[in-house]
Design a protein around this ligand. Structure first.
Ligand SMILES: O=C[C@H](O)COP(=O)(O)O
Length: 256
């Protein structure tokens, strides 16, 4: 690693909330609370994003007043066509989204999404001008077998297209066993796998790989965020449950 670059030009942190399948229109109040906090100067030098359900994206874009990014939780690889129930990256962009989560473990599990599928979705995001927040992470048994770098390395190699830059890609490391469980890896374990991911990105993309943000996700809460966000090569967080309430989300942001 280029230590001088890492110290002087560390990426600006990103705290992204993934609401998953939660949120009716009343939840837009949470977006308004975040907007007001940013406008009041209560959020420091950190980028904020919320990925609500697709039904709320357009309204969330209106509610956020341009002071935080709104994103999708998934997109199809094609721009349009006979894919009932799916949403294209172009549709997300048309609704005002600036980013989209791809390859979340809940999509990889529930919808059997493979690495080539995630790669196609990432390319679709880029085609539509969106930042792809690409998720990787091992299962509990893979961690217990000491295979986490093998698994994550395979996901990166298979899912990340050529041409990644800090402006079009964010990687989110989310150990599947830590999602929604209240469990988190140790800081040493997070440091080790984030360093591994950084190395893979630099090997493949050169200096651009130094600037690609690597988020940690999995049971990030106000009570543990400070310690998790202080880990080297952790450039922010992908937050699930604790992003549903603006007060919790802002408390996490305050830890950076
Ligand atoms: O996308 C977010 C992650 O799946 C983390 O969810 P969680 O914070 O509820 O564990």
């Amino acid at each position: 690693m280029n230590q001088e670059f890492a110290v002087s030009d560390a990426p600006r942190p990103l705290i992204a909330g993934n609401w998953k399948m939660n949120g009716l229109r009343a939840a837009l109040q949470e977006i308004e609370t975040l907007r007001d906090a940013v406008r009041a100067g209560h959020v420091g030098s950190v980028d904020l994003a919320i990925c609500p359900p697709a039904t709320l994206i357009h309204a969330a874009v209106q509610a956020c007043g341009g002071v935080l990014s709104i994103g999708g939780q998934d997109c199809h690889g094609a721009p349009c066509g006979a894919h009932t129930g799916d949403i294209s990256a172009e549709m997300l962009a048309d609704a005002g989204a600036g980013l989209v989560i791809v390859g979340h473990s809940e999509r990889r599990t529930d919808h059997h999404e493979s690495n080539p599928t995630v790669r196609a979705k990432t390319e679709a995001a880029w085609r539509a001008g969106l930042i792809a927040v690409l998720c990787v992470g091992e299962l509990r048994e893979e961690r217990e077998e000491g295979r986490e770098t093998e698994v994550v390395g395979g996901q990166l190699a298979g899912s990340v297209p050529d041409g990644a830059t800090p402006d079009n890609l964010v990687v989110a490391y989310e150990p599947v066993w830590a999602i929604g469980t209240g469990l988190t890896p140790t800081c040493e374990d997070i440091a080790a796998i984030h360093l591994f991911i950084r190395g893979e990105l630099v090997t493949r993309f050169g200096e651009a790989g130094q600037g690609i943000r690597i988020l940690y996700g999995g049971s990030v809460k106000p009570g543990n965020a400070r310690e998790l966000m202080a880990v080297e090569n952790v450039d922010g967080a992908l937050v699930g449950g604790a992003s549903l309430k603006a007060t919790d989300f802002l408390a996490i942001c305050a830890c950076l």
